[in-house]
Design a binder for this molecule. Structure first.
Ligand code: NAD
Length: 332
């Protein structure tokens, strides 16, 4: 486990809360689980079907009396209802990530990300949960070229994945309106960190680069590598979830927030930075650009600062060093 997840920012008192993390066996979800248990949450329940996550990500907690693992699928309304029983706060992370996956299998993406999301909203409403925080995505900005991205203006979606995440935001909005639910959406921008999976056809760039540098494999840049991203260390995403659970701001609800650092860098430059950390020469290879990919991505994070009190505490270089350290212990 990462030592970093032990109270990096001053956490509100979570000792009285029972929290459900859907997708808690995945990358971001398991980092949220770790934070909550390290900070004394009364109960942390994970609902995950292990389609893209791993039991090993929550293995250290299986004997913790405050932890409960439910293997199940959010496409089942009954499973979602069961998972919400006795829960105060929901952090909904379960989804099938990846733009290319959604282009290859749009129905799978829709089932997990749109139908599953609606099931979770209904279950959370029926269980009267206090707050429902969910993972949206910067992909919602689609073809918008404005920079930095501000929450109030989005473009046309470029993939089924983006459509599914935008659908989440629309549903969350009408549930807040019609059922008075306290919902908060988090548009994550390229999250990276310990436990992000480098394997499989839909792995993200940073874990692939880590694996390539550590294990002497080819590292591929899509196109010229000049596309930019606002890479966000996972601990910042964890912080955003916890702040959303506890923000006292009366106008914080029924909104979506950019969760990023507010700084961007080209993928090529990032690769060189990583090679430098790894202490090996950077020799990336180039291949075609990916369909559905956006050219530049940079977030304006002032809304999250204002309403959630969010402040990204771990910047890119530090986050990459922590992540590299973790990968060298786990994937070499
Ligand atoms: N990683 C990023 O950069 C990023 C960026 C934007 C948005 N997001 C969103 O953040 C959330 C977490 O992403 P992640 O990177 O941790 O991905 P992940 O794949 O590691 O985690 C998602 C988890 O959800 C589970 N899951 C998928 N379908 C399910 C279903 N039908 N029922 C129950 N569980 C299911 C998977 O098994 C997995 O453990 C997702 O909603 C993703 O779309 C991630």
């Amino acid at each position: 486990m990462t030592q970093l997840t032990k109270g990096i920012f001053h956490s509100p008192d979570i000792t009285g809360k029972a929290v459900l993390i859907t997708g808690g066996a995945g990358f971001i979800g398991s980092n949220i689980v770790e934070y909550l248990l390290n900070n004394g949450a009364r109960k942390v329940r994970v609902l995950d079907n292990l389609s893209n996550g791993f039991k090993r990500n929550v293995e250290p907690y299986l004997n913790n009396p405050a932890f409960e693992f439910m293997e199940g699928d959010i496409t089942s309304p009954e499973t979602c209802a069961k998972a919400c029983e006795g829960i105060n706060l929901v952090s909904h992370q379960a989804a099938l990530g990846s733009v290319p996956r959604s282009i290859a299998f749009p129905q799978q993406t829709h089932a997990a990300n749109a139908t599953g999301f609606l099931n979770m909203l209904v279950a959370a409403r029926d269980a009267n949960v206090e707050r429902f925080v969910y993972a949206s995505s910067s992909s919602v900005y689609g073809d918008l070229t404005d920079s930095p991205k501000v929450e109030s203006k989005i473009g046309k979606s470029l993939s089924p994945y983006a459509v599914s995440k935008y659908t989440n935001e629309l549903y969350a909005g009408v549930f807040a309106l019609n059922y008075n639910m306290k919902v908060i959406g988090l548009r994550y921008f390229n999250v990276f960190g310990p436990r992000q999976d480098p394997n499989g056809p839909y792995a993200a760039a940073i874990p692939l680069f880590m694996d390539a540098l550590l294990n002497d494999k080819d590292a591929w840049l899509n196109g010229d590598g000049e596309q930019t991203r606002d890479f966000t260390f996972v601990q910042n995403a964890v912080q955003a979830n916890v702040r959303a659970f506890f923000t006292p701001h009366p106008e914080a609800f029924n909104k979506v927030y950019n969760v990023a650092v507010g700084e961007n860098i080209s993928v090529k430059e990032l690769f060189h930075m990583l090679a430098n950390i790894a202490g090996v020469p950077a020799k990336p290879k180039h291949r075609d650009e990916r369909p559905g990919d956006i050219k530049n991505s940079l977030a304006d994070i002032s809304l999250a600062r204002k309403f959630l009190g969010y402040e990204p505490e771990v910047k890119l270089k530090e986050g990459l060093a922590i992540t590299f350290d973790w990968f060298s212990k786990n994937f070499k």
